[in-house]
Design a protein around this ligand. Structure first.
Ligand code: SF4
Length: 919
């Protein structure tokens, strides 16, 4: 029986619906849900590969206390005792939860309720602080609430879409797909405002490669331009807004002329003018903004500068018009709803007296906190200086993802008590845990998430959790009960938690708060299980949520008016100087997610970008004497990284880019966290992670290596390495200093005993070695002076057990068909990338050959080096590795070096020899 489960992708804030079906072989197939309003059946590369990430290998299966396996009772007993002791001795503000936009809303809800209602501290903050806290702060300043007024459909209805600080093509790919389709059918104009020329620029009618930190100036200039051009929606502004005069004064003061804007933003004046004209002339405009806006020391002001332009033109809450903040995290919005940020209370309520009293009464909570807690950066500072003595990190990896991550590691190491709940045991943060708690993950979890357009969707389980892993909500409730708060946390299911969460949103709401789930608070378990994606707010009996906000005012400020904010450009805190002359930007790559604990399991995802890298403009690389593919040391006064150089003329000169995904589980020193600035926006507390001064120097490697293994192997310290899962085996790219043969000896020693075969090409500095065991290739090492190695797919094929077995079967079949043939079959094409030398194409092959008579093969290759003289292929050199008996035949490894090969030379070789190619 085919059993399909409707669930939600666990990655980005687009929140795509996914259909998961278990196949007859037990594996799961994944496809987009055609009925989900976020994606209508589309998925991106990450979503499509979800089925390949479901293995239980590497999962945390049991609680661990002080490095030893423990049972749940012992582990949670220890957590409770330590938290109790710290609270009793030092007060509730001496403990903290650092939670995550990966949590289900229900787990988020009980974590917030426990900390803010019962423990009595507001020290709960979330990794979403790093994602969209500036949007929250900007929304609250302008709208009086953290309201996203628009929705995804507006991207399709707009005539102009302005993407600010958003690489939509890679970071929110399904929204990008929707925009691409809209552009095709509707002719939508697209403006991209981003210092980098990213993949998103492929559809840009105009790309403004803005100098980092110039956004407030650019949008102040836009407001001044709209004013001068008479583009104010007078009726809207008069009826529904306030604060215009101050905002306009600030805009005109900040941007007195186009030239001033162009100069500060380092943009051609005509491009700025073109943007302003386009915005002026297009009523249906959507502005999408993301981490490029939020992760800034002036992130909140940037958000308000964008919102000012929309309020001024009345382009808000109407089909095809409005500002649209898109979140990185899958459930950043859910966290915002429950109060997962330290400066919000719960259900979009703040720390005003009425809200505190309301929440106290609703929860019947003894210790409702009365003021905001420590935001992420401040929280880890407090861990570091000893104010926080016990911290529980849930479903996130701050030792990698926080800015100034080196200081975060030091803080966690010094913290007297650290709890980490996660689904894997080997994160950088987990190594500091006194107690490690195994949790469920996608496919096992039950709950809801909310996407960037306020749409609540179910994540439903479709497989059982391995080992003793438990749901986050149940772990939190268990600890709450052990702390003595049993009654308030006696939930029997996620449905019960959701019902309470919905009821709190409705409690004494009377349309006074945007977040309102009145229409969902009476759902029973079966209704909850069957819940279809739905946008909030939802009034009683409402089947559909409200699609848009503020077309007719109705803001959540005391006056019910939208507020213009007077904002001024401030120079970035990162100043390029002689010590740190380059500005480092950070972000995602298309096929990875966060610290790769899930996406890193899918070979087709790791194939997109194999290594941590620093992207540099070619002029900078030349000045720094860095070749494409070389290893660079990137450093500043908080940390350093070793990464591959990637030349990219889409970078602005003087600026560099590093992805956020690598960490010490998959690289020697590929993490960008230790380098990132921890300077925060004063309103949102969001760190300025895209604007850090760094120095970049050549590492000075003398050899590069590709090491392929079946298991994870420690290849030693003092070298560059980056590891990626590639199906059933692991590819590690390395580089180091010294003699390549010493490196090979080191690798061989670490890879262990086995039957090694080696091939050396001293003229080209190449060393190849492979280890066989039981007829299987166990490890292969390729060392070369440059980072040029055999084609990955071919190597992957060699390491696949099934493929080797299939080759062997085909070889046997061929042997029966041609019993007299000395050589049975070839099972490879080229192993080496062709390269040009002396005007000729040099081509190298490494073939597997099954032969009845190995001696005949040796004779052919040894004594007839010019056997293809009249063909386009000339073999200059060949060597045969020792043959190995495999049942009825011998398996031989043959390398050939050829010139003038117009096509795959193995095939030519096979044909010339009368061999029958198998593959
Ligand atoms: Fe998942 Fe985001 Fe891709 Fe949708 S766009 S499939 S939510 S990663």
């Amino acid at each position: 029986m085919v059993n399909t489960v409707r669930t939600t992708c666990p990655y980005c804030g687009v929140g795509c619906g996914v259909l998961v079906t278990q196949k007859s072989d037990g594996a799961f197939s994944v496809k987009g849900d055609p009925d989900h309003p976020a994606n209508y059946g589309r998925l991106c590369s990450k979503g499509s590969a979800l089925g390949e990430t479901l293995g239980d290998d590497g999962r945390l299966l049991h609680p661990i206390v002080d490095g030893q396996r423990a049972d749940w009772n012992e582990a949670l007993g220890r957590v409770t005792a330590e938290f109790k002791a710290v609270i009793a001795k030092h007060g509730p503000d001496a403990v903290a939860f650092y939670v995550s936009g990966q949590l289900m809303t229900e787990a988020y809800y009980v974590a917030n309720k426990l900390m803010k209602g019962f423990i009595g501290s507001s020290n709960i903050d979330t990794n979403s602080r790093l994602c969209m806290a500036s949007s929250v702060a900007g929304h609250k300043r302008a709208f009086g609430a953290d309201t996203v007024p628009a929705n995804y459909e507006d991207l399709e209805l707009a005539d102009l879409v302005v993407l600010v600080g958003s690489n939509l093509a890679w970071c929110h790919p399904v929204l990008y797909q929707r925009l691409v389709a809209a552009k095709k059918t509707h002719g939508t104009k697209v403006v991209v405002i981003d210092p980098r020329k990213t993949a998103t620029c492929d559809i840009a009618d105009l790309h403004l490669a803005i100098k980092p930190g110039g956004d407030v100036k650019l949008f102040s200039g836009l407001l001044a331009h709209l004013d001068a051009a008479g583009k104010m929606d007078r009726a809207y502004v008069a009826a529904y807004t306030e604060g215009l005069t101050e905002a306009l004064d600030a805009a005109h003061e900040d941007a007195p002329s186009l030239t001033t804007v162009a100069e500060i933003c380092d943009l051609p004046a005509q491009d700025v003018a073109a943007f302003y004209e386009l915005f002026s002339a297009t009523d249906k405009t959507v502005s999408v903004y993301s981490q490029g806006v939020n992760q800034s020391v002036q992130g909140t002001d940037k958000v308000n500068a964008i919102l000012n332009a929309h309020l001024f033109t009345g382009r808000i809450g109407k089909p095809g018009s409005g500002p649209l903040s898109v979140t990185g995290q899958p459930n950043a919005m859910g966290g915002r709803e429950v109060g997962g940020l330290a400066n919000t209370l719960a259900a979009h309520m703040d720390f005003d007296e009425d809200s505190i009293d309301r929440v106290r009464r609703f929860w019947a909570a003894p210790n409702v906190t009365s003021q905001p807690g420590l935001k992420a950066v401040d929280m880890f500072d407090a861990v570091g200086d000893g104010r926080i003595k016990a911290i529980w990190v849930m479903a996130t990896n701050p030792a990698v993802s926080m800015p100034n991550a080196g200081a975060v590691r030091t803080a966690l190491k010094a913290c007297p008590f650290v709890v980490v709940s996660d689904c894997v045991p080997d994160t950088d943060t987990a190594q500091y845990a006194d107690v490690l708690l195994p949790t469920t993950t996608w496919g096992e979890r039950d709950g809801t998430v909310t996407n960037s357009e306020r749409c609540i969707s179910r994540q439903r389980p479709f497989k059982s959790a391995p080992g003793e892993a438990r749901e986050d909500w149940s772990i939190i409730c268990d600890v709450a009960q052990r702390l003595g708060f049993g009654e308030a946390f006696a939930f029997g299911s996620v449905a019960e938690i959701f019902a309470e969460h919905a009821a709190l949103s409705a409690f004494e709401n009377n349309n006074g708060r945007d977040f309102d789930l009145t229409g969902l608070m009476d759902m029973g378990v079966s209704d909850y299980d069957a819940l279809a994606p739905v946008q909030w707010p939802l009034e009683l009996g409402g089947r559909r949520g409200q699609e848009r906000f503020f077309a007719h005012g109705g803001f959540f400020t005391p006056s019910a008016k939208g507020r213009f904010l007077a904002v001024h450009h401030r120079a970035p805190t990162c100043v390029q100087d002689r010590t740190f002359p380059l500005v480092l930007n950070t972000g995602r790559v298309r096929d990875q997610w966060h610290t790769m604990t899930r996406t890193g399991r899918a070979a087709r995802l790791t194939a997109h970008v194999e290594e941590p890298f620093v992207a540099l403009h070619p002029t900078d690389a030349q000045r720094l004497n860095l070749a494409d593919g070389a290893i660079a040391r990137v450093s500043n006064d908080t940390g350093e990284a070793l990464v591959r150089v990637a030349l990219d003329d889409g970078q602005r000169p003087g600026e560099a880019f590093m992805p956020i995904h690598w960490n010490s589980a998959n690289s020697a020193q590929g993490g960008v966290g230790p380098l990132s600035s921890a300077t925060v926006d004063p309103f949102s507390g969001q760190p300025d992670m895209k604007n850090t001064g760094v120095n970049i120097k050549a590492y000075g490697e003398t050899w590069h290596a590709l090491v392929v293994t079946r298991d994870t192997v420690d290849l030693g310290d003092g070298i560059y390495w980056a590891r990626a899962q590639a199906g059933a085996h692991i590819r590690t790219l390395c580089a180091g200093k010294g003699d390549g043969s010493m490196a090979l000896a080191n690798f061989k020693a670490r890879l262990g005993d086995g039957e090694w075969v080696e091939f050396a090409d001293p003229a080209r500095g190449r060393l190849h070695a492979a280890m066989m065991a039981d007829g299987r290739l166990v490890a292969a090492v390729f060392i070369a002076p440059k980072n040029i190695f055999p084609e990955r797919g071919w190597i992957d094929g060699l390491f696949g057990d099934q493929e080797l077995a299939a080759d062997a079967r085909r070889a046997r079949k061929a042997m029966r068909a041609a019993p007299c043939a000395p050589v049975l079959a070839w099972a490879s094409t080229s192993l080496f990338t062709p390269f040009k030398t002396d005007g000729s194409w040099m081509w190298k092959d490494w073939a597997l050959c099954w032969a009845r008579e190995p001696a005949a093969v040796r004779a052919d290759l040894s004594f007839k080096p010019s056997w293809t003289r009249n063909s386009p292929l000339r073999t200059r050199r060949s060597s045969i590795w020792p043959s190995r008996k495999q049942g009825e035949f011998s398996l031989m490894h043959i390398t050939t070096e050829s010139v003038w090969s117009p096509s795959g030379s193995s095939n030519t070789l096979c044909k010339a020899q009368g061999f029958k190619p198998l593959l």
